[in-house]
Design a protein around this ligand. Structure first.
Ligand code: C2G
Length: 134
């Protein structure tokens, strides 16, 4: 059983996220998603999620490509997670290209997948804001 892990905030879950999760699952047999807690999101993105951690966790657990959702509480938990969950492959969007190559030293495959262009949580918020203004 090939075990894959990925990390993210996944706020306002959209088709770009789903595209990533679908491709991540296709790389193995079991996909773990580490979703950022509200506290960690505030720290890493300096902004508040629209949906709470529990809501984002519940949404991700409803995605058929996802087998387990765990909390991402800090930048440094990846090596512990890889050991604890016997991970074979780490995958994330290529906006992070190169940032997690150090995980190869733990014997895992590190894969950066192309992001889905034109969609992002920020874009959704901006578009909705402009729509309201019309
Ligand atoms: N993503 C994508 N295409 C988009 C938007 C996002 O492929 N149009 C991918 C990102 O590359 C990432 C995942 O979907 O792999 C989740 O995106 P975010 O929630 O923006 O993740 P981020 O806030 O970058 O958190 O420790 C790593 C961080 O937790 C990553």
């Amino acid at each position: 059983m090939k075990r894959v892990i990925t990390y993210g905030t996944f706020d306002l879950l959209h088709y770009g996220h789903i595209n990533l999760l679908k491709r991540a699952k296709a790389l193995g047999d079991y996909l773990i998603v580490a979703v950022s807690t509200d506290e960690f999101t505030r720290m890493k993105k300096d902004k508040k999620c629209y949906f709470s951690y529990e809501q984002r966790k519940g949404l991700l657990e409803s995605v058929r490509f996802v087998d387990l959702v765990i909390p991402e509480e800090n930048w440094d938990q990846k090596i512990k997670d890889i050991k604890e969950y016997h991970i074979d492959t780490f995958v994330i969007g290529d906006d992070w290209k190169g940032k997690f190559d150090y995980l190869k030293d733990e014997g895992v495959e590190v894969i950066y997948l192309p992001r889905t262009p034109e969609i992002s949580t920020t874009q959704i918020k901006e578009d909705l804001h402009h729509t309201e203004e019309k």
